[in-house]
Design a protein around this ligand. Structure first.
Ligand code: PAF
Length: 282
């Protein structure tokens, strides 16, 4: 496994893979790898000849009050895990390498960024699409793998790829959960034991909404209010949003149809957690 720190060497390595006729998958991450990331890597591994994992804590997607400084990091552990899963390259550029002082270009996706996390985290998705575009240009993948836990991110990136005619297949992978249902996230490491218990309200909310929907409830407001009251019954929680929306446009819906998205963002203590599920008849 090669560890690469510069864009120039990464592009050379990507060219070598491509000219040898290999297909290349990229799994972009911000490190502190957990089982959810490893699943993305296994999927990338399965679909391609060469697997590139990028590890870059991207300052451009953190707001001024976000946790960029405290974001957990574990380079040695990450390299060990990436090697075990069979990555061929880990691309680990510095902030200066990715954002030289002269740089002045950003990638902005319009409508799907204006809902859900886009409301409380202005500029976040512009940071994501800009860095993902740069990672694509550095690693030249045929496909890139993202988690469905970050449903809006996956939607925004798919939109960018289609709109900009990028010749890259975007693969979405199911959310990997802890045994008790908590969606895996690097940010779970911030939770103390009491908060960790309260954080289960996210998965419980998704399950409650699904039960209500399967029992015939179609009014978004009724489901939203039930979910909000479940969350409020858990200590240390503060709701950012509980939204029922169209899974393609992310626009709010009043009545649930065949396929609707329930998306949640909840602060538990100081930790902002997100989760989501598609509500459709089983
Ligand atoms: O999902 C993440 O970890 C990040 O948003 C990503 C896609 C690696 C871009 O920095």
């Amino acid at each position: 496994m090669e560890v690469i720190e510069t864009v120039e060497r990464m592009q050379e390595s990507a060219d070598e893979f491509r000219s040898a006729g290999y297909t290349v998958a990229l799994v972009p991450t911000m490190g502190y790898l957990h089982e959810g990331h490893l699943e993305l890597m296994r999927v990338g591994r399965k679909h391609s000849d060469k697997l590139i994992v990028s590890i870059f804590v991207n300052p451009a997607q953190f707001g001024p009050t976000d946790d960029f400084g405290e974001y957990p990091r574990d380079t040695e552990g990450d390299l060990k895990k990436a090697r075990e899963v069979g990555a061929d390259v880990v691309f680990m550029p510095s902030v200066e390498e990715m954002y030289p002082e002269v740089s002045q270009t950003k990638v902005h996706v319009e409508k799907v960024t204006q809902h859900l996390c886009g409301i409380s985290r202005p500029g976040h998705f512009e940071g994501v699409t800009t860095v993902v575009c740069k990672l694509f240009n550095a690693t030249k993948p045929h496909m890139a793998v993202f988690g469905q836990k970050d449903y809006q991110q996956l939607t925004v990136i798919s939109r960018m790829v289609e709109d900009l005619n990028m010749d890259i297949e975007i693969i979405g992978v199911h959310t990997v959960r802890e045994q008790d249902g908590l969606a895996m996230s690097s940010r779970n490491s911030y939770l103390n034991p009491e908060e960790r218990k309260s954080a289960l309200c996210l998965k419980k909310s998704l399950d409650l909404a699904d039960r209500m929907f399967q029992d015939g409830e179609k009014t978004a407001r009724v489901i939203r209010e039930a979910v909000e009251s479940l969350i409020k019954g858990h200590a240390f929680t503060e709701i950012d949003y509980v939204t029922l929306c169209d899974p393609a446009t992310l626009e709010d819906i009043e009545t649930l149809g065949e396929n609707s998205l329930l998306a949640l963002a909840v602060r538990v203590g100081n930790t902002r957690l997100i989760d989501n599920c598609l509500l459709r008849k089983t």
